[in-house]
Every structure is written in C-alpha cells, then in structure tokens.
Design a protein around this ligand. Structure first.
Ligand SMILES: CC(C)(COP(=O)(O)OP(=O)(O)OC[C@H]1O[C@@H](n2cnc3c(N)ncnc32)[C@H](O)[C@@H]1OP(=O)(O)O)[C@@H](O)C(=O)NCCC(=O)NCCS
Length: 396
C-alpha cells in the first residue's frame, strides 16, 4: 500500500514522530503557523490564538515532529436539526501537512484517526469541506441535492410591502440566530457563533458582507455573502459573489438579492438552493441562470454511524411513515456493509451508496443507488433523501 511503503520509506526522517494525538495548549501558536503555511495569511483572522476556546469536544489532532506539529486536522462537532429531530455531525477542517512532510501518508493516517475518534465521540455523519483523493479514499462522497443558480438581475413578480436592507452587525446576532433557528433544517448554533461572524467583515481572509432585512423595523431575513479569492478586480468590481447562507422570508430575500445586484460593483451572485426550498426555487426565472441540480459544492460526506443516525431521526421517521410501515424496520451496519430490513425484505449498500441514498444525489445519478419498486423500496423513498442543509457558518 502506498501509504505504508511511503511511511516506511521515510522512517529515517520521521524518527521520533509523535501522534496522532490532540494538540496541546502550548502548541497553539505552532499550529496556527502551520495553518498559515498551508493556507496563507488570513487563516483564523476572526479567531486570534490568544482567544482560542474550543467548543465542547472540538479538537485539533496532530502529528508532531521535532517539537512542532507537522500535520493537523480540526474536528468540530455540531447538532443538525432535521424537521425537529436532532443528530450529531462532525465537520473536518483545516487539513494541512507541512510541505516538507507531504506525501508520507501523514494526512491519510490522521484522517483515519480523526474518523475513529469522531465516531467514538458520537458523530453519525462526517462532513468535509474538500473533495480531494484523501477524502474519497476514506469513503467520503459528494452528496446532497441543490439547485445551483447564477443571479444576475431582477426576477419578475414579487410585490412586497416595503423593507430595508442594511449591513448586519454584532448587535443583530440574536435576531439572525432566531431567524436561522426557524429554518426547517438547521445546525444548532449558539448566538455567539453569529456574533463572531457579524463582528468580522473578513472571515477566513475573504471579503464578506452580512445583511439583515427588516419590515416595519422587524427583522424578517438575513443573508451572508462573500466574494471568493481572485474575483475582485483592481477597479473595485467583484466579478462574482457567493450567497453562503440565508434564512427567513424568501420573497423578501430574493428582492434584497436583486437590490445587491443593482450595485454596479457586483456582477453576479451565485447561490445553491436546497431541493426542498420551494420558496426560493419558484423564483428562479430569466434573466437568472439555472445551472441545474448538483451536489453540495466543494464538500464530501460519509455516514459513519447508520443505526445511530436513524435512532436520532426516529421522530422524523414517525412523521413520514405509518405505524404499519415502521413495524419491524431495522437499520443495520457491520463495517462498511449497511442494510435496511423489514420482515423478509432486505436492502444492502456499501458506505458510499448509503451516504448517497440518505443524503441524496441529484436527478440523473439515482442509478448509483437503485431502490426496488417493492414495499420496502417505497418506505425508503418516503424517508430519503433527507432535506439538504447548507453548512454556511459551520463550514470549516
Ligand atoms: C492535502 C494535504 C493535507 C495532504 O497531506 P499529506 O500528509 O501529504 O497526505 P498523504 O501523504 O496521506 O497523501 C498525499 C497524496 O499522496 C497520494 N496518496 C496517498 N495515499 C494514496 C493511496 N493509497 N493511493 C493513491 N494515492 C495516494 C495522493 O496523491 C494524496 O493526495 P490527494 O489527496 O490529492 O489524493 C497536504 O497536501 C496539504 O497540506 N496541502 C495544502 C493544504 C490543503 O490543500 N488542504 C486540504 C484542504 S481541502
């Protein structure tokens, strides 16, 4: 295996390698320096090392050589609320190996360690902001279903009572948190997470703006936008913006997006709309460009605890299936073999297929997860795909 031979081949240079283990507080500065080396200046600009306070169970896992971290991965735990049921997801981020230590299998070994750790800590789904081979070899696949749209100008139709759009500040954090909490699918976040974002106009080194929309002085929606690296020209024109997260009244939001595009400095705004969000989808009309259905961009994911996920979602299941349909329904996992059984019916999947089935793949890719037309197939189709969610503020 390449990883093993690579590791053995470098054993002389890696003598004394420590880990994988969790980062120690006295190594925070060195960890930050490694992140800057891997990702450039601006990393963690919103989170100075001095104020670093990892949330419950979050950690940075490292390999240490000659007293300094040489490979690291962050593991961040969150709760995902799916129409009232909550499950535990773990995001992987900040994956970086010192340039002198790349290609030795450290990233692969660390990811394997993090996967086992996050499963032991109760995560059911693992979410990675990245699509490279490192993640795919670990069984993570692109999934979820979004309509990708390029917004360039006003859509016809909406007639609304007057509203105002203004930049959101830290003082709006609680209002944004309330609007977000009312979304049918959302990550469970504390107000401070919104405060951090709204305090900082340049998170993760990107140009960013936060907007709150009010009607009769009441907040009714917000949107978080960013201009990706390389899309701002010297004359101040942004060739492209991304709508990274939104919540609240859809028709107001869409009209507010049109307002942003009335600004000559912004050429177009790209957004990914979850498949269930009819309030947004119904307004995708010319001149806006419908790029069609696709997965969650730049992410891969994997179901790591299938029985645990379905236990967490039992209220969701009860809201989708009759008592009769639920009787005898079992969700089993043994290593990378996954099954859904009921009575004599049994459907089996590998890890990639179960992730695609449950989290969704866009139209045209359904043959990756064929589901029979019998009674069990009908039950499966009634449950999945789960409503897609935007990682937004939680993207790592
Ligand atoms: C990405 C990164 C963390 C990889 O770290 P690493 O310690 O070199 O990882 P490994 O040695 O385990 O694997 C490196 C490469 O070896 C090759 N490799 C390793 N195991 C392999 C296997 N079993 N089969 C085939 N190729 C393999 C792959 O090319 C792999 O890169 P890939 O992800 O593009 O497929 C490192 O290159 C880095 O820090 N890059 C800059 C920051 C970055 O881009 N981070 C990822 C953000 S999503």
């Amino acid at each position: 295996m390449r990883t093993e031979s690579g590791t053995q081949g470098q054993s002389a240079t890696l003598a004394g390698l420590e880990g994988p283990r969790s980062l120690r507080p006295d190594e925070l500065k060195a960890s930050h320096d490694l992140a800057v080396l891997c990702f450039g200046e601006g990393v963690g600009a919103d989170q100075p090392v001095a104020g670093y306070a990892p949330a419950w169970r979050d950690s940075v896992e490292v390999f240490v050589h000659r007293g300094a971290p040489v490979a690291q991965i962050g593991v961040f735990h969150s709760r995902l609320n799916v129409c009232g049921s909550q499950t535990h997801i773990a995001s992987i981020g900040g994956v970086g190996t010192h340039p002198d230590y790349r290609g030795m299998g450290l990233g692969t070994r660390l990811l394997d360690h993090c996967t086992r750790k996050l499963v032991a800590e109760g995560a059911c789904v693992m979410l990675i902001s990245g699509t490279r081979g490192l993640y795919r070899r670990a069984g993570c696949v692109p999934a979820q279903i979004f309509r990708h749209v390029v917004w360039t100008g006003p859509q016809d139709g909406a007639r609304l009572s007057p509203f105002t759009v203004r930049p959101a500040t830290e003082a709006d954090a609680r209002q944004c948190a309330m609007l977000y909490q009312m979304e049918p699918v959302h990550l469970v976040r504390c107000v401070e997470e919104f405060e951090r974002r709204l305090r900082c106009r340049v998170p993760d080194g990107r140009l960013a703006d936060n907007w709150i929309i009010e009607q009769a002085s009441e907040p009714v929606a917000y949107m978080l936008t960013a201009v990706p690296w390389g899309k701002s020209r010297e004359d101040g024109v942004h060739e492209m913006g991304l709508l990274g997260e939104y919540a609240g009244d859809r028709s107001v939001l869409l009209t507010a997006i049109d307002g942003l595009l009335a600004n000559p400095e912004l050429r177009e705004l790209r957004l990914a709309v979850p498949w269930w969000d009819r309030g947004m989808l119904d307004w995708i009309t010319p001149p806006n460009v419908d790029l069609g259905w696709s997965v969650l961009t730049a992410h891969t994911m994997r179901i790591v605890n299938w029985p645990g996920l379905m236990r967490d979602l039992r209220l969701y299941v009860a809201q989708r299936l009759t008592r009769r349909e639920r009787r005898g329904l079992r969700f089993e996992q043994a290593g990378d073999r996954f099954a859904i059984t009921r009575g004599r019916g049994r459907l089996e999947f590998d890890g990639m297929a179960i992730t695609r089935l449950v989290l969704g793949v866009p139209q045209g890719a359904e043959d990756l997860v064929p589901v029979p037309a019998d009674g069990l197939g009908e039950v499966v189709r009634a449950l999945f795909p789960l409503p897609s969610f935007i990682p937004g503020l939680n993207a790592r």
